[in-house]
Write a protein that binds this ligand. Structure first.
Ligand SMILES: [Ca+2]
Ligand SMILES: [Ca+2]
Length: 481
């Protein structure tokens, strides 16, 4: 009988077992769904040619209230650097997680996504987000380079390449102001600017998107890139006679200790700027006024999108990243433009606001790169593994533990063999001829004093030389500037 009872009970145990397993499965399934739905949204905002004037130590007064507010809510990287000091290559690096010396994309006009073998097999950030189950939405100046048709068509769910005509390029009539190098107050409606139109679209997306998938939203601005045209009210925020001038990073005799390789870069835009009359202090001051007005105009556009995010249901589960593709000289080192290996071209704003503003107000002084954005997003958003081996590192170690030893140098290159690195308190530069520069940022934040020939720094320079890549991918071509 005992056997019969026991056989009689077995089905009950089995049923209980089955139920328990079902409950466990359902719990796991639910948990995985919760975890998938808890993956954060991402709002990536990229301004264009925005240098470090808005940082507190710059000595330049610039009105960026939205960036200032975001800084209070974010982890702020005080030493963030682009991988390349011009638009196309910097963005190729940001969106691929590969350095220019790995892809050959050194110069603007190099068509990196059409020509580079490495980029051909790499996944872009939006491609990876999409493959990982995100809704991808892009608008404005993002890649600044053509992608193969099939890739362009498949990485943004909003078909950004066609939407509004501003992605990846602003078309000529929307760049505003006939001359590319000009300063002009604009009295027509705001909506004539591509940055405003793109921001309006981004605001509309945030207002209406209620999809099941988390989103990756990328908004690329054209400003403060020239032409320095902005609605008049942004010019009016500055009293032209009170603008700090010349800018604090200017020294009349600065280039005397710069080797010829540095002069070559500093002269890239010389002809254009002589045409503008920048050697005339009044014209130069006018350029500064235009650049500051456009920086404030960019900030206003960024603010519109941030405010829309904060009014939306996504406020507390979105990672916000605001940065720029490269910095800009407004006369510093006798240079008007980018394309150099100095701090003014290489340094960019980088703010990361985490969901629920975790670690808000943290200032991180480690030298980091835009190269680190890709791997950081892979980790934070639990993305699939991309096919390319990422060159950067997940930045979250820095906000999880501010005392982390961050021994990774922030590399900026411009052309084969032209190398620059920020590490600790130092900037080291090496040109293909072997000419070098070394600056001590503890005492020389504007890089006035080239210490590379001083014997006491020999060992340090030896260490920096070891960071120069042993292999440089052949250049894909393009143009300087
Ligand atoms: Ca740029
Ligand atoms: Ca100097």
């Amino acid at each position: 009988m005992g056997v019969i009872r026991s056989t009689g009970h077995l089905p009950i145990f089995r049923i209980i077992g089955c139920v328990l397993r079902l409950v466990a499965c359902a719990t796991l399934l639910l948990a995985s769904r919760v975890s998938a739905s808890e993956r954060p949204n991402v709002l990536l905002i990229i301004t264009d040619d925005q240098n470090d004037y808005a940082s507190q130590a710059s000595g330049v007064e610039v009105h960026t209230p939205h960036l200032d507010r975001l800084r209070e809510q974010s982890i702020s990287f005080s030493k963030a650097y682009c991988a390349s000091p011009v638009c196309g290559p910097s963005r190729a690096s940001l969106f691929s997680g590969l350095y220019p010396h790995q892809t050959g994309a050194y110069l603007n006009g190099s068509d990196p996504w059409l020509k580079s073998r490495q980029l051909d097999v790499a996944e872009t950030l939006p491609e990876l987000f999409r493959r990982s189950g995100y809704h991808t939405w892009g608008m404005g100046k993002l890649f600044h380079a053509k992608l193969p048709e099939s890739r362009a068509a498949n990485q943004w769910d909003n078909n950004a390449r066609a939407n509004g005509g501003f992605a990846p390029f602003a078309d000529k009539e929307h760049q505003l102001a006939g001359k590319f190098f000009s300063v002009q107050e604009w009295d027509a409606p705001d909506e004539e600017f591509p940055d405003v139109k793109s921001a309006t679209e981004a605001v509309s997306f945030l207002n209406r998107y209620r999809g099941d998938k988390p989103f990756f939203l990328a908004y690329g601005l054209w400003r403060p890139h020239n032409p320095w045209t902005a609605p008049r009210r942004f010019f009016d925020q500055y009293d032209a006679s009170k603008i700090v001038f010349p800018p604090p990073g200017f020294d009349d005799n600065d280039l005397a200790d710069v080797p010829p390789g540095g002069h070559v870069l500093s002269e890239i835009y010389a002809a254009r700027w002589q045409g503008f009359g920048a050697a005339n202090p009044d014209a130069w001051r006018r350029i500064m006024h235009g650049y500051l007005a456009c920086t404030s105009f960019a900030d206003w556009n960024v603010g519109r999108v941030l405010e829309a995010l904060d009014r939306s249901p996504f406020r507390d589960n979105t990672i916000v990243i605001v940065t720029s593709d490269n910095g800009y000289h407004v006369g510093e080192k006798h240079h008007y433009g980018k394309s150099t290996l100095w701090e003014k071209s290489a340094r960019v704003p980088l703010l990361v606001r985490l969901p629920q503003q975790q670690h808000r107000g943290t200032i991180c002084d480690a030298a980091v790169g835009l190269i680190d954005v890709y791997p950081t997003l892979v980790e934070k958003c639990d993305l699939e593994t991309p096919p390319q081996e990422l060159a950067g590192r997940d930045l979250s170690a820095l906000w999880n533990d501010p005392d982390t030893d961050w021994e990774y140098p922030a590399i900026t290159t411009y052309g084969e063999g032209r190398f620059s690195v920020r590490s600790g308190n130092w900037r080291y530069i090496r040109y293909p001829s072997g000419e070098e520069e070394l600056y001590d940022h503890r005492t020389d934040p504007h890089e006035f004093y080239n210490l590379s020939s001083e014997l006491e720094h020999e060992d340090r320079i030896d260490e920096f030389r070891k960071l120069v890549p042993s292999r440089w991918q052949a250049s894909l071509g393009g143009r300087n500037g």
